[in-house]
Write a protein that binds this ligand. Sequence first.
Ligand code: CO
Length: 134
Amino acid sequence: MIGRLNHVAIAVPDLEAAAEQYRGTLGANVGDPQPEPDHGVTVIFIELPNTKIELLHPLGEDSPINGFLEKNPSGGIHHICYEVDDIIEARDRLKDSGARVLGTGEPKIGAHGKLVLFLHPKDFTGTLVELEQA
Ligand code: CO
């Protein structure tokens, strides 16, 4: 069921500084900031040969990553995203196994224009997992 690692998301307190570190120090191909008001974040994608890094910065006062940055003031890995072929089939299979799906339980359109949903970290080795329909 599980497919490629689509991206690793890192929440950062200073988006420009993080982007410059990847661009300058690591020589990565760093995209432009994209505001995602529906998700309460501004995102920068970094293209690597085998996957992507997603830098996340809070957008708005009730951003879902505000609490994370309060606990991790210098930033940290926020979630990992795996691709699946059929997100509804994957969701139902995970729910049957006891995993909780966050929010309404229905997939939303994510930062790449594809359907995504998130699984509760307590049900997944303490890791927030995003599934994206490939
Ligand atoms: Co993501």
